[in-house]
Design a protein around this ligand. Structure first.
Ligand SMILES: [Zn+2]
Length: 364
């Protein structure tokens, strides 16, 4: 197996198209065509993680956080980022990062937190905008059925629990073949009228290249007329944070104890308790202060996240509890999620969970 085959499998779980714009995801170090010996999964790619990869003969590190985030202008080994990159390159180790692509996956970071906390009826807290696209194309009537099926196979036509969704209308298309054209129907230099079907299908942004390739490869015309639009519709499958419900309401202090134990938190910083029971829980792995309002609007009784600042705790406004359990703590099970996923997808391959605890924060 080469690096690209492994990362293609990871992109089925978390397409890079859904990573946030500010992020730096994908293959950060190494050659996509390199043969992989075995894979090491980590939350952060620190120097001791690269040492572990060397010792365990893993030449592909799958890291949640990207080791290269801001601009890397020199690679001279003056800080830990540069030393990691140098060591990885010197030892032929590739590094691939998933970060917000996995945050925005409905089977990613937040789904894992929901699973650990036993939340049910989960939905995405902040659906990502602009993830649904619509393709409209025009095809000779007798080719329409076949082309539709090809587009479905390429990933178009899925709406919620429905597949093969499309809309078609018949009409007359016209065109005149000009110099150097080679029309499959009609004559050179004459306006031709053809009975055509207009097909419309929607698809998720990550499938765009596949859908358009399928269209162009299977349409009989040398110039394919088509339009792609980005829709305003929300997509419940993609986005950050999740909200779900506990099976039974429980007192808030009991719930905080439960979270502390399940999430291995050393401590929980939280806004004022409200004296009511907890049923609806919003979660967002990593720095999540930007989602406090969304959690309130989702009627959460508590919002569990990290990196909450002093003033941001005020934003709870007596409507819910804002709880900061620690950045590492919210994301820690992401490693296990990735190991489990890869092991299931490529069972005969060595997938190793890093033994390095990369949390930089200690408690006294
Ligand atoms: Zn993080």
């Amino acid at each position: 197996m080469i690096v690209k085959q492994v990362t293609d499998i990871l992109e089925e779980l978390a397409p890079l198209a859904y990573a946030e714009d500010f992020d730096n995801v994908g293959l950060l170090v190494g050659d996509a065509n390199m043969e992989v010996t075995s894979v090491l999964v980590t939350l952060d790619t620190l120097e001791d993680v690269v040492d572990e990869a060397i010792a365990e003969k893993c030449n592909l590190i799958i890291s949640f956080h990207p080791i290269i985030f801001g601009g890397l202008k020199k690679i001279t080994g003056t800080n830990y980022v540069q030393r990691v990159v140098i060591k990885a390159i010197q030892n032929n180790i590739a590094i691939y990062s998933m970060h917000t692509a996995l945050d925005n996956s409905n089977q990613g970071v937040n789904a894992k937190i929901c699973e650990v906390l036993g939340l049910q009826n989960t939905t995405i807290l902040i659906p990502q905008k602009g993830t649904i696209k619509k393709l409209t194309t025009y095809v000779p009537k007798d080719e329409a059925e076949n082309l539709k099926n090809i587009l479905f196979e390429a990933g178009a036509g899925n709406i919620g629990n429905y597949s093969n969704c499309s809309f078609g209308t018949n009409g007359i298309g016209s065109y005149k073949a000009e110099q150097n054209a080679n029309p499959v129907k009609g004559e050179f230099g004459k306006t031709h009228f053809e009975e055509e079907t207009q097909i419309s299908v929607t698809f998720e942004k990550a499938a765009e290249a596949k859908v358009l390739n399928a269209l162009k490869e299977n349409h009989s015309y040398e110039e394919v007329a088509y339009e792609v639009l980005t829709l305003e519709n929300t997509n419940q499958n993609i986005g950050i944070g999740m909200v779900g419900e506990l099976e039974n309401s429980i007192p808030e202090t009991d719930f905080l104890s439960f979270v502390k134990e399940k999430m291995n938190a050393e401590g929980i910083r939280h806004s004022a308790l409200l004296g009511k029971k907890i049923r609806r829980v919003a979660v967002l792995g990593g720095s999540g202060a930007f989602a406090i309002n969304a959690a309130k609007h989702a009627n959460a009784d508590i919002f569990i996240s990290s990196d909450i600042k002093y003033h941001q705790f005020y934003e709870a406004e007596g409507k819910m509890i804002v709880a900061d359990i620690g950045h590492y703590e919210t994301e820690q099970f992401t490693k296990n999620l990735l190991v489990d996923y890869l092991t299931k997808k490529i069972p005969n391959f060595a997938i190793r969970l890093s033994g390095c605890k990369t949390n930089p924060i200690k408690y006294f």
